[in-house]
Write a protein that binds this ligand. Sequence first.
Ligand SMILES: Cc1cc2nc3c(=O)[nH]c(=O)nc-3n(C[C@H](O)[C@H](O)[C@H](O)COP(=O)(O)OP(=O)(O)OC[C@H]3O[C@@H](n4cnc5c(N)ncnc54)[C@H](O)[C@@H]3O)c2cc1C
Length: 403
Amino acid sequence: MDRRRFLAATAAVTAAQKPALAAGLPDVVVAGAGAFGGWTALVLRERGYKVTLLDAYGVGNSRASSGDESRHLRAGYDDRAVYSGWAFRAMAEWKSREQEFGKKLMYPAPRLQMAGSLTKALSAQRAIFDELKIPYEILGQDDLRRRYPQINFDDIGTAFVETPTSSAVLKARESVVAVADRFAAKGGTVRIAQAKPGAVAGRTLADLDLGRNGRLSASLFVFACGPWLPKLFPQILGRKISSPRRELYYWGVPAGDTRFNWPNLPTWSDDVLGNYGFPNFDRGVKVAPPHAGLFQQDPDEDERVPSAYLMRRAREWVARRFPGMADMPILESRICQVETTANGDFIIDRHPDFDNVWIVGGGSGHGFKHGPLIGGYVADRVLGSMGDPELARLFALAGRGDI
Ligand SMILES: Cc1cc2nc3c(=O)[nH]c(=O)nc-3n(C[C@H](O)[C@H](O)[C@H](O)COP(=O)(O)OP(=O)(O)OC[C@H]3O[C@@H](n4cnc5c(N)ncnc54)[C@H](O)[C@@H]3O)c2cc1C
């Protein structure tokens, strides 16, 4: 999809006529208050609907994929132009929402994609940046050494450098809390409750079973339950979404040393040794080691304790790439699950068995940044607008491969 068509498709996120839903009921219930559900609930509320936002463990909880401290916003997506365009537009949305919320949530920072040489994927990305007019640089080893003397580039031949125009660190947990707060301030209802599909009448879901919290009826239901989606809908999603475990560490910096702090250190992805991460804000330098195998993580049951093996690998990486941090300690860790689809495309589609149930998920390790646009896109779709057919196909359940 080219940029013009993409912008036209996503610009449809405007105040559409409010379609009538069944009278006397909460119009919409959104289950799941992570990035996807929270933004969806906020936009629906802004369009005048009565919306209840449910979360089994509460907004910004530590089990959720959106519950970590930080997530990256970057337009670099190799050859996947649609997501580059979305990310670039999302940055403008984040900026304006930040002002509206009165809270600093986004920290612009360059991104170094370190490689041995310019790969096919990076060349494709360069063509997309040129087309979308997103600034970037491609630097060789000497320039990298001069610009970032705190990084060891011995085995790095080149880096694609995304600028702060399209790359930033987002405060993840704080953002989902800010979105839910704004939603509540605008008249939305936020509740802690675990939702399961309840009574059914033909192709209509009549209500939700909230277990100890009773039942809840509505006209329309959106399930934005991230890695929990395959547990909720095993028949249709059991083979479409997997939830591999990831470990993240927050690494200590030397006392009085600001070389590894934002904005002195960029964000990075290291395609040579395999690693990505962010500079220190307050919790430490965030280091994500390459994952070991595809261990599935049960988002409800599994313990969030880091493994000795990955800690060792991360420590080796830190010592090699950031020699000035070689002896520093791990300060904190997060164990997260990436709810991933076979091709990394989101799932935004109606449940095949119900006319009034939507599934919104499949963030696939890159969904957080798109939250504000996803909210608008989902609101359009669930309220009856098809939008761009190519986007609808990209996010459709039908025709999608198994994981
Ligand atoms: C390690 C890691 C790194 C990532 N890095 C990035 C990045 O740098 N940039 C980026 O853009 N994206 C990144 N992502 C992806 C991004 O975090 C996710 O795509 C996004 O947070 C998903 O949001 P979500 O709302 O779909 O799911 P979640 O945030 O998991 O939210 C789902 C919510 O549903 C609730 N819930 C579950 N079941 C029920 C139920 N039955 N009833 C009610 N509530 C329920 C849960 O409590 C949870 O709060 C990363 C993901 C991981 C795991």
